[in-house]
Design a protein around this ligand. Structure first.
Ligand code: PGU
Length: 403
């Protein structure tokens, strides 16, 4: 029989969020009367707003008319108009439309991007981090080992209270692929201009490429904080950015995102990363849904951007409630101001144990910090995605039941 890809044996048995869903189901089965509230996975709950939805409906209707029907696109990179609008709306033309690649979401892009660098690449990740960076690298064979052996090819960059949740850049190996997420999932920390400038300078001096995950950039409210890595000088020669309509437009199920691969970005050989990315995508990806792209066009015109602002304001309102509740309870936490996640500290405790205690006492699902990396131990992530009444009820239960 054919052998299994050994890289699959090297990833953790279960992906974090299905594991949490399993524990929730087990708890629900044992406690049929429990009214469980999820502040676990960062999954949107509020409906898509009318103007954006009209764009989606228009995209669907166009398919039912012979005059406007469309099938496969000539190129997988997306509608030209959408590429132009993304460049203008989110990057104020700091990037060009042919540097924008529309996709079915940031997670899928993160998985495919590894193909550009092969199994030999060294990887550096913030610790804690969104699990796809490590699991995706392991699947691509880049980890050079088994989790129990410490994934020799992956360097963890601890982000802790001591360093204000920004890593020591001296730990980044030469010629490595750096995953960096800001506003951060799970810590909610948002890097400032000086920190991102230091990151870009470190990447350039060490011959690294940054994959900058800006999936939460539309939650930034502090005007001094950069929303894109390209606001930093020279980022175009060392950084790829991924982003998504999932959280700001409620497109988690619609599936629409994009990546930016600058034409100035080169491998050690001098060849163009942009050209390769186009080639890889045209080979294994047939483009984002044309309905989703029609929705995306509406989501970033003037009215659509107002809707994005309203939706992200709503979730930030939830974040404020959760954060102030935790603070009133005397629990140290960060995040929740320019991001939809609150990172709460339970010193000396095991994060899965805190997760279970919150579930049992409050019937509230959270995400244990250890699921995001070793430095997440003793932390728990609260997601601000939820209906307001559920978030209010979760806060009441936390205050009265979780001592
Ligand atoms: N990047 C970051 C940093 C994320 O947190 C998420 C979703 C994505 C990308 C995914 O974006 P898409 O465009 O929708 O593909 N993180 C959520 C959902 C869990 C998951 O497995 O994606 C979370 O709770 O962390």
């Amino acid at each position: 029989m054919i052998n299994r890809n050994p890289n699959i044996a090297n990833i953790k048995a279960g992906y974090l969020f299905p594991e949490i869903a399993k524990r929730r189901r087990e708890f629900a089965a044992a406690n049929p009367d429990a009214k469980i509230i999820s502040l676990g996975i960062g999954n949107t709950t509020e409906p898509i707003l009318p103007h954006t939805n009209a764009g989606l409906l228009g995209g669907a209707s166009a398919l039912a008319d012979v005059k406007t029907y469309s099938g496969y696109a000539d190129d997988s990179a997306g509608f030209t108009k959408l590429r132009e609008k993304i460049a203008a709306a989110f990057y104020k033309d700091l990037v060009e439309p042919d540097e924008v690649f529309v996709s079915d979401g940031a997670k899928c892009d993160i998985g495919r991007l590894q193909l550009l660098f092969g199994a030999e690449v060294k990887v550096a990740v913030q610790d804690p981090s969104y699990p796809v960076y490590v699991d995706g690298s392991v699947l691509a064979g880049a980890a050079g080992g088994w989790e129990g052996s410490g994934y020799a090819g992956i360097t963890y960059l601890p982000c802790t209270a001591e360093n204000n949740f920004f890593p020591n850049l001296d730990l980044i190996p030469q010629n490595s692929l750096i995953y960096f997420c800001s506003p951060n999932n799970p810590t909610g920390a948002t890097a400032d201009r000086a920190q991102l400038t230091a990151l870009v300078n470190a990447a350039i001096s060490k011959g690294c490429i940054i994959i900058f995950d800006a999936a939460y950039s539309e939650f930034i409210r502090d005007p001094a904080l950069p929303k894109s890595i390209y606001e930093i000088e020279n980022a175009k020669i060392c950084a790829i950015e991924v982003n998504s309509f999932s959280k700001p437009a409620g497109f988690t199920g619609v599936r629409l995102g994009w990546s930016i691969v600058p034409k100035a970005l080169k491998y050690a050989s001098g060849e163009s990363v942009n050209t390769d990315w186009n080639r890889v995508n045209n080979t294994i990806f047939n483009g984002a849904s044309n309905i989703a792209q029609a929705g995306g066009l509406a989501a970033i015109d003037e009215k659509g951007l107002e809707e994005m602002r309203a939706l992200t304001d709503f979730y930030l309102g939830n974040a404020k409630l959760i954060r102030s509740t935790l603070q009133e309870m005397g629990i140290n936490c960060i995040g929740g101001d320019n991001s939809p996640y609150i990172w709460a500290h339970f010193p000396g405790r095991d994060s899965w144990e805190v997760f279970s205690e919150i579930l049992e006492k409050c019937q509230v699902v959270t995400t244990p910090g250890a699921g995001f990396g070793p430095a997440g131990q003793s932390f728990v992530r609260f997601s601000a995605f939820g209906h307001r009444e559920n978030v209010e009820e979760a806060c009441r239960r936390l205050k009265s039941n979780f001592i």
